[in-house]
Design a protein around this ligand. Sequence first.
Ligand code: HEM
Length: 187
Amino acid sequence: MNPRLFTFVGGKEGSWSIVDVKAVVGDPLPVTERLEIINGPVPDMPDGAKWLLRGVTSNERYATRAEKDLLVAKQTGLGRSEATCAALIPIRKNAKWWSLTQDERRGIFEDQSQHVKIGLRYLPAVARRLHHCRDLSECEPFDFVTLFDYSPADSAAFEEMVSELRASEEWTFVDREVDIRMVRDRA
Ligand code: HEM
């Protein structure tokens, strides 16, 4: 089993109660009551579930050494007791993005869009984990599943950051994005 594989199940189980689902661009996902996050594979759709997404954590593609050092110095892990709000944001980028070379993508991601520079301003209030889906199979519905948690007091800051990123050049390549918001009301 790949220990870097995570499965996200939209259904009736899990610690997270889903409070809002928005299709930001492209097709929506069916609305469900809860999100369950499993560190491992889920071979069949559980009873009462309406969707299942999966992705693996991986090595960095874009962050430079200097950026990585800043990130490591500021970031914290998911699951702090006060971080009772969360966002699961699956994202797909278009064929034009994937036809670019690594240096061209890095140019858009950071030089033009300042993804890391913007994100760093919100650490350590927001914790994050990036999951890659693209290489798991030919028919994954998204390229990435991004997961964030934060305290209710940092909700406004989280909205500000997401708006800033969505207004960037990088996001002109996003052709499907669903924004799922949750609160933790079970252990
Ligand atoms: C807490 C603030 C954030 C920080 C510090 C941050 C940082 C980063 C870093 C360092 C990477 C590049 C990893 C690599 O080198 O491969 C990355 C990638 C990514 N982030 Fe963020 N990010 C933040 C917020 C967000 C938000 C709010 C979203 C979604 C709305 C998002 C979506 C993504 C996606 C989809 C990628 C993959 C891009 C690609 O490989 O094409 N990030 N982020």
